[in-house]
Design a protein around this ligand. Structure first.
Ligand code: SPD
Length: 427
């Protein structure tokens, strides 16, 4: 056979484990290990997860590259391994076949850069070669693994270290704690960002304090969802509180956050807390009327276990469970990212609480797609977003508790809506 510069194998891995085919961290690890097993020198890797399914990535090696594109829904991976020199690509092939649990596969091997067809340039590249190998022979390789929360046309990507601290498929969802470069550890449910160490306070302060300060004397609080513990941590800062009942459907979320996000999950042992691991929708249905001063619905997005948290029946049950001057605060989605859910929720609340009793508070979360997010309110009695304590009262609460987002200005200002948002919720 005539000589060639490189060797390329193009591989079809079929009938693979679909979960592995959708696991960006596992695939990155397996591809890097495959390169190392084949005695390649890894320079860096870049991997990306696509929502809802699929991973693409490349491992750059001194000897060329390994690349992959997966279709989990077909249990399929298209892999190619390009090498030059003496590296044996079939070692990488064997390793990946095992890792992906591929039940059927095929491969073709082609020579690249046939020297018979090429003309060698007549210049001395010896010195360039030695310079290049000084540079490309690092003791470490850099990784570029991205977690993407997206719909079919918008996305928010966070680069993460590849470190996975927790990864459990619960009966409800996939619960993961990953480590992002910019925002620290992050809780992800299925493929959606729920909270991160560095920006969790935006969400947790804003779901809690505006409603708590709007109510003249909030004593009995119900939190539905909120398994990371951030909402109960904030609510329990208010000394008027006598009881907090929290109903979280997924015990795995609580376990993950207690272990890996302890600064968020810091109040699970609080004596005023009753923690129920169970279905919040059923709980609201069974709740005695006139029981709670505030109900905070800290649910995830309206897919999977949180879908029912966007239904009329659920909010009617919450209305009944609220006391006369009770306040409901619900995670209200984004008017930009999920306009439909945002509007529908507001119309539901207007229907149940009254047209002028369903204000919306906007806030910003850098790690949610579009960054613009909302909490939506249902005001049962005569409470209102303008009846709040004097500035000095809120100022001292803010400074005593070291709050970093909420303040007296936002107490009312967060309810001021840009015109396009106000239009969305106009009936
Ligand atoms: N897309 C994110 C929707 C917000 C979900 N809740 C976050 C939980 C924080 N306690």
């Amino acid at each position: 056979m005539s000589k060639a510069l490189g060797n390329h194998i193009l591989v079809e891995f079929m009938n693979c484990d679909p979960h592995i085919m959708n696991d960006v961290a596992a695939i990155e690890r397996d591809m890097v290990d495959a390169a190392k097993k084949a005695e390649a020198t890894v320079i860096n890797s870049t991997f990306h997860h696509f929502s809802p399914y699929g991973v693409s990535g490349v491992v750059v090696i001194q000897e060329s590259h390994l690349a992959i594109h997966t279709w989990p829904e077909y249990g399929y991976a298209a892999v190619d391994v390009f090498t030059c020199g003496d590296m044996n690509s079939w070692i990488a092939f064997d390793h990946l076949k095992e890792c992906f649990k591929s039940k059927s596969y095929s491969a073709i091997e082609i020579k690249r850069g046939s020297v018979n067809l090429l003309t060698r340039n007549d210049f001395d590249i010896t010195s360039m070669r030695s310079k290049a190998s000084e540079w490309v022979n690092p003791d470490f390789y850099t990784r570029n693994v991205w977690f993407t929360d997206k719909d079919e046309s918008q996305a928010l990507s966070l680069r993460f270290t590849g470190e996975v601290f927790f990864d459990v498929q619960s009966p409800f969802q996939r619960v993961r704690i990953l480590e992002s470069y910019k925002y620290g550890k992050m809780l992800a449910l299925d493929d959606m960002v729920m909270t991160t160490e560095k920006d969790e306070f935006h969400y947790h302060e804003m779901i809690s304090h505006p409603g708590m300060f709007m109510h003249p004397n909030p004593k009995n609080i119900l939190v539905i969802g909120g398994g990371d513990g951030g909402t109960i941590r904030e609510v329990l800062r208010h000394t008027s509180v006598e009881t907090v009942t929290m109903v979280e459907i997924d015990g795995a979320v609580i376990d993950a956050c207690k272990e890996h996000l302890p600064q968020i999950a810091s109040s699970f042992d609080h004596p005023k807390l009753t923690l129920i691991v169970g279905d919040g929708i059923a709980f609201a249905k069974e709740a005695a009327p006139n029981t709670y001063d505030l109900i905070l619905v800290d649910g995830s997005d309206p897919v999977g276990p949180a879908e029912g948290l966007f239904s009329t029946a659920f909010y009617q049950n919450c209305f009944n469970a609220l006391k006369e001057d009770g306040i409901l605060v619900a995670q209200g989605e984004s008017p930009k990212f999920n306009e439909k859910a945002f509007k529908e929720l507001n119309f539901t609340l207007q229907e149940i609480f009254g047209t002028d009793k369903a204000p919306v508070s906007l806030f910003f979360v850098p790690t949610y797609p579009t960054g613009m997010w909302s909490f939506q309110y249902g005001l049962k009695g005569n409470v209102g977003q303008n009846q709040v304590p004097e500035k000095p009262v809120i100022d001292s609460f803010v400074s005593e508790n070291g709050l970093r987002y909420y303040n007296h200005g936002l107490q009312t200002a967060s309810f001021a809506l840009p015109n396009f948002v106000a239009d969305l919720v106009k009936k």
